[in-house]
Write a protein that binds this ligand. Structure first.
Ligand code: S3P
Length: 435
């Protein structure tokens, strides 16, 4: 457990214009695909957070020349699909599930062996969801007996395409298999039970890789090449979500969030909050490098509880900690179902959020696949984020509408996705201090 804790005084409002850091999912993919491309990929808006930096370091360790990120600018000297070299040591991916799951597929197709390890949280997260289909493709990968990291990925193993129907809606599994598919003989097809983020497909296409995507299925053939491109990473809607909720629950708030990624596989949080009565206007819609972006204008509003449509769950999967805080501040009951995946994120987000909300006097009842929350008035109190970045930031915003100070334990990992959160949040009006 880290020593970093947040103390957030109650009240205040959020005002101003801000651009939150770059999208984490797209930042990871820019390093991975930029490394495998022919030519030099220039990235702007790159997220300089611990997770995407773990991916960056891993590719450096495999011989790719990547500049030090400066103000979101990164230059990647692509080595081509077959140019990676064996790293001298195990690749430590820290807290980052995206790095581990996507790289397990990509590395299964290399000529060398590699070990992937992570921190205590990542070492408990399920990896069989990627390892099992990779084994079907011919890969050789070992996990612990619990199906967790460290992963030993054996190289020099011919892969062949498979037609895989995913049992869970997971962009990480889909992307893992597509990346393995780049190295596989024949065609790799992945069918998803519900739409999940499609950044991998968009970036592959943008780099000229032929790929067929229709009706919930995406297919590609191994052996084509990737051409380097310029990548403009939009602001992360998952980071913007904390400010959407904070501004909604704090009377007098008015914020503009600039250049936010609006990929339709990611915008479920806007739909959910609008259904709860949030005042969010989307303007200046445009496209940058194959990804839609827009500016979001949010004002405080009276929120009310809703039954969240399970179809929105994969489209808002990372935003539920923030949505739960909105629900706690809303009138009436909010019901979430169909979200059992939340139990295997950076923490068990159902249990940890329910515990924290109860600690703050809210009737929050965890269920196997979701939560019931009866909105009320948050009291002062101490909550534990269990090292989960999004839980820490969600509870920080909750203070805007609480009766007393909220103290949040174990907040170091906020740096995984949102470096500078405390500074940006205090600049917009949150009374937050690092304790
Ligand atoms: C991600 C996919 C999602 C998400 C994670 C990032 C990605 O995970 O929760 O934060 O970049 O592909 P799942 O695909 O496991 O749902």
């Amino acid at each position: 457990m880290s020593d970093t804790c947040f103390k957030v005084s109650p009240g205040g409002q959020l005002t101003g214009r801000l651009r939150v850091p770059g999208d984490k999912s797209i930042s990871h993919r820019s390093i991975m695909l930029g490394s495998l491309a022919d030519g030099v990929t220039e990235v702007s808006g790159f997220l300089e957070g611990a997770d995407s930096l773990a991916t960056l370091q891993a590719f450096r360790a495999m011989g790719v020349t990547i500049s030090d990120p400066a103000d979101g600018q990164v230059t990647i000297e692509g080595v081509g699909l077959h140019g990676l070299q064996a790293p001298a040591q195990a690749l430590d991916l820290g807290n980052s599930g995206t790095s581990m799951r996507l790289m397990s597929g990509l590395l299964a197709g290399q000529s060398f062996d590699v070990t992937l390890s992570g921190d205590a949280s990542l070492s408990t997260r399920p990896m069989r969801r990627v390892v099992d289909p990779l084994l079907q493709m011919g890969a050789r990968i070992e996990t612990t007996t619990a199906g967790t990291a460290p992963l030993q990925v054996r190289g020099d193993t011919p892969l062949h395409g498979i037609d895989y129907v995913m049992p869970v809606a997971s962009a990480q599994v889909k992307s893992c298999l597509l990346l393995a598919g780049l190295y596989a003989g024949g065609t790799t097809c992945v069918t998803e039970p519900a739409p999940t983020r499609d950044h991998t497909e968009r970036m592959l296409s943008g780099m000229g890789y032929p790929l067929l995507s229709e009706a919930g299925q995406v297919c590609l053939e191994g052996g084509h090449a990737l051409q380097a491109i310029a990548i403009d990473v939009p602001a992360d809607i998952s980071s913007a979500a904390f400010f959407l909720v904070g501004a909604s629950i704090a009377p007098g708030s008015e914020l503009v969030l600039e250049h936010v990624g609006m990929n339709p596989t990611r915008t479920g949080v806007i739909d959910i909050l609008q259904q709860m009565g949030a005042a969010i206007d989307v303007s200046n819609r445009r496209e940058v490098g194959g990804e839609p972006v827009a500016d979001l204008h949010v004002r405080a509003a009276e929120l009310h509880g809703i039954e969240i449509d399970p179809a929105l769950v994969p489209l808002a999967i990372d935003e539920f900690p923030a949505v739960f805080v909105a629900a706690a501040c809303a009138s009436g009951r909010t019901v979430l179902t169909g979200a059992e995946e939340l139990r295997v994120k950076e923490s068990d987000r159902i249990q940890v959020m329910a515990d924290g909300l109860q600690q703050l006097g809210i009737a929050a009842t965890p269920t196997p696949d979701g939560m019931l929350i009866d909105g009320g008035r948050l009291t002062a109190g101490q909550v534990n984020s269990h090292g989960d970045h999004r839980i820490a930031m969600a509870f920080a915003m909750a203070a805007l509408s609480a009766q007393g100070t909220i103290e949040i334990l174990d907040c170091e990992n906020v740096n995984t996705s949102f470096p500078g959160f405390v500074g940006l949040a205090s600049k917009t009006g949150l009374a937050i201090e690092i304790g």
